[in-house]
Design a protein around this ligand. Structure first.
Ligand SMILES: [Ca+2]
Ligand SMILES: [Ca+2]
Length: 433
């Protein structure tokens, strides 16, 4: 019957409109609370500068080590002549070592590839003294020290590069700017294979974040480290635009630590072959506290809300959880201004509103059917094709600040061939009061 059919049409149309409105409501709720934006930049490693007894650090064996602590093979990370050591760092509050003219090993130690006592073939280390970086390199008993200029304890991410050339010249770059130079000793500095040692659990290792021997009175690094690349060439001899994305792998990369594992104690080596694997030695409390989302890189992942059908069970939106994970909570005491103002200004396109309601032409009235007074709004289901994440790396590094003319004072006053501060802990170690 025409009237009966018309009634059904009216009913169905009204029902469709109701369903459409309901779907639209769900869509907007889900798009509002589905966290379409997510900041991702891998992870970094957090050191606390507090624990001793072989904890709160990363230990990277320089090769296969036998039961007596001798290297029976040498891994690529055991660099011997020219090398480049580069990484990002961001300090917390605990790096308070005073000037350390007697040696890097009295500072807050970031990298320790020391040999207890004289360096044998050689040894080296990187630390913070008086808020500046220092780099020590020794060959045999020839121990020399480079003292940087730039204050790096500002709670911002900095790209650090330490470059040693074959002629012994050492250059320190902070954010691509030359921060100090040193006429270092010439000769190989790798850890000698089959060398006997009284410190089998520390000498034949590259250690990050701590003084490897836990010598009494030592200071440790308090802060973050990310994306450390070690190369067998001198990559930089003059100021450069520091990288704003994770370091690349090439044939000269002998070790690369992304620190992107995010959990556990294995520190993977992303260099070709991946032979120089390290181990996180957590401080008391476990490994999780050492993994941080605070990195120099931010990847903005943009996803469209393709899951609008996901019902929101709670009638009251409980969107108190911020979708972007905050940095390590323990660092909140350090107010860190955003180094790159454009970070927050990055326009993020909102999800494509493909969900726009499509007007559906009203059915043609037939017979005596009750005419429709207006088009019916029917929601078109959103596309089910997931949109691929768009990754945009946004550097959090300050632009270079130093003028080349300020760099001359970077030459260490202890750049003397006969300098005596050769890791003789007993004679020159800083004694805290
Ligand atoms: Ca990383
Ligand atoms: Ca030494």
């Amino acid at each position: 019957m025409p009237s009966h059919n018309g009634y059904n049409l009216y009913q169905h149309t009204a029902l469709l409109a109701l369903v459409g409105l309901l779907v639209m409501a769900l869509f907007f709720r889900s798009t509002r609370y589905a966290a379409p934006l997510q900041a991702q930049g891998g992870s970094s490693l957090r050191f606390y500068g507090s624990d001793t007894n072989d904890r709160d650090r990363v230990k990277i064996p320089l090769g296969q080590i036998d039961s007596a602590g001798r290297l029976i093979t040498s891994h690529p990370v055991n660099v011997g002549d020219a090398f480049t050591l580069e990484f990002w760092m961001k300090t917390a509050l605990g790096n308070t070592a005073p000037p350390c003219p007697t040696g890097w090993y009295t500072g807050n130690i970031i990298i320790d590839r020391d040999v207890f006592g004289a360096g044998d073939y050689g040894d080296y280390g990187v630390a913070i003294c008086n808020q500046r970086l220092v780099v020590g390199i020794s060959v045999g008993s020839d121990d020399r020290l480079l003292i940087g200029n730039t204050v790096v304890t500002d709670g911002l991410w900095h790209h650090i590069a330490i470059v040693r050339a074959n002629d012994g010249k050492v250059r320190l770059f902070v954010d691509g700017q030359l921060d100090g130079t040193l006429n270092g000793p010439v000769g190989r500095i790798d850890y000698r294979q089959n060398r006997s040692t009284s410190y089998p659990t520390s000498d034949p290792y590259l250690v990050l974040g701590a003084e490897k021997h836990d010598f009494p009175g030592s200071r440790y690094y308090d802060g973050w480290i990310d994306d450390m690349r070690i190369s067998r060439i001198a990559r930089y001899t003059s100021p450069f635009i520091h990288p704003t994305v994770p370091h690349a792998v090439d044939d000269d990369t002998v070790a690369l630590y992304r620190f992107d594992e995010g959990s556990g104690v294995v520190i993977g080596d992303s260099a070709t072959g991946g032979l120089s694997v390290g181990e996180l030695k957590p401080r008391t409390g476990g490994a999780a506290q050492h993994w941080s989302n605070d990195t120099p890189f931010t990847t903005v992942v943009i996803t469209t809300a393709t899951h609008t059908a996901t019902p929101v069970p709670s009638p009251t939106p409980t969107h108190t959880a911020t979708p972007v994970p905050s940095p390590t909570p323990t660092h909140t005491a350090t107010p860190v201004p955003s180094p790159t103002p454009t970070h927050t200004a990055t326009p993020v396109p909102s999800p494509t509103p493909t969900h726009t309601a499509t007007p559906v032409p009203s059915p043609t009235p037939t017979g005596t059917a009750k005419p429709m007074s207006s088009p019916t709004i029917v929601s078109v289901p959103p596309t089910t094709t997931p949109t691929l994440p768009i990754r945009i790396y946004i550097p959090l590094i300050l632009q270079p600040r130093l003028a080349p003319s300020t760099l001359q004072s970077g030459v260490a006053p202890y750049d003397q061939p006969n300098h005596q501060s050769n890791r003789s802990h007993q004679s020159c170690y800083y004694q805290p009061t």
